[in-house]
Write a protein that binds this ligand. Sequence first.
Ligand code: C2O
Ligand code: CU
Length: 534
Amino acid sequence: MHVQSCPFSRLCDTKEILTVNGKFPGPTLAVHKGDKMVIKVYNAARYNITLHWHGVRQVRNPWADGPEYITQCPIQPGNMYTYKIKLTTEEGTLWWHAHSGWARATVHGMIIVYPKLGAHYSFPRPHAEVPIILGEWWKKDVMEISSTANRTGGEPILSDSYTINGQPGHFYACSKQGTFTVLVKHGKTYLLRVVNAVMDEELFFAIAGHKLVVVATDGSYTKPFETNYIMITPGQTMDVLVKATQPLGTYFMAARSYSSAFGAGFDNTTTTAIFQYYPSHHLKPILPILPPHNATMAATEFTRKLRSLGTKSNQISVPLQIDTHLMFTLSVNLLNCTKGTLCTGPYGKRFAAAMNNVSFVSPKIDLLRAYYFSIKGALDEDFPREPQFKFNYTGENLSENLLTPEFATKVLVLEYGAQVEIVLQGTSILASDNHPIHLHGYSFYVVGCGFGNFDPEKDPFRYNLVDPPEQNTVGVPNNGWVTIRFRADNPGIWLMHCHLERHQTWGMSMVFLVKNGYTCASRILRPPHDLPAC
Ligand code: C2O
Ligand code: CU
């Protein structure tokens, strides 16, 4: 894959964007379960780059995971790195994206993992498959937007439109022609593979007049259920079936934001694509009804319906004997501006974000190398296992009480094979917001969620330990909490972070160090020879 800058025209303007092989969205990687991918990445751009294979577990091989300064140093302009990726249990829709700065805004694409040859989907074979990559378009240069936001500590500017497969859609100037269109035959069933690749917003998505049947999320089958819309967080993927049984005609598919953030701005535009029966001649397209932007109830109602299917080749195995209980608060904070700089955050301050009040600081050399080669002083293993301050997490937190996070690079050590439970607690330190939390190297079971403060006396009794959904990214609800469980059986250095890019940039990340096991087959593999140097 060649990372290169190429001119693209959208919204009546042309600008250079970072691409892979000159494509936006980038190329789709289609493989079968258990396959090995060897991907040579050549950086022909003028920025440092790394690629991440979102949802691929990279068993024992964190060297191929990709987040910059976590598992590798970036590939510098003019250099190469070969990602050698062995797929194991993954099956379904995943995706890949740049994991350095804001490059992922345009550097991303789909990964389709088909069942093993001769094996089948958990649902009847669809007539055809349709990729739906939800993205964003800025008229300005994305890398500049991020560096301005970093410098001033304010909110990055909002995108000018969302996109479906790289196109803003019918309602935007200069965009009608390019609108993504899928032609369907009456009576047939289609599989939509949906990826939310936007930087900063959760989305609602629907097709006018058609029911959607959700059959998988994050590369794991779900018990099928029917719905009028889906809610999908950045980082998440969802497979849905659509039956073309409506009167012949043209229908819109549409996506727009679900934004719980109180007071914060959001892109309130709607992107569309066309779902057109073939043959049909009357072309009056019909728009779907989407929940309102702040419809937290609609979002929660939807996510609560996600349940693991459990199949022969992918059985439900929720950890039941938890030996490692963790609790992390998620917060957006405000800092005083240092003298002589211009800060554009609220009250002339600058934003930060934290987990357990630690705002992640990117190290200078990647943590994986530091760990593997025991580089002295590079690893602080002190990430707090529970909130450092107890307070009313979701209550009124006045600005005088704003907690100023600690800025540090800290990892949390897990024993190999630990049965881990993490309560992710949203807070209203500044303003409450949803946080789509993504864990590298694993998928986890989402065993519970609720609003307000997590109650250790009551809430655990309501956990779903029977068929919780298996995900790699979970939206922690606005002013609420989520509990996840996983078995730490993949040794290495693994990043966990909010998949809202602005929050990640502000420091809402942490890192797990999962120790080697006692057998050779439970140790991390050796680093590849071409691992980029810092
Ligand atoms: Cu999809 Cu760490 O990212
Ligand atoms: Cu967040």
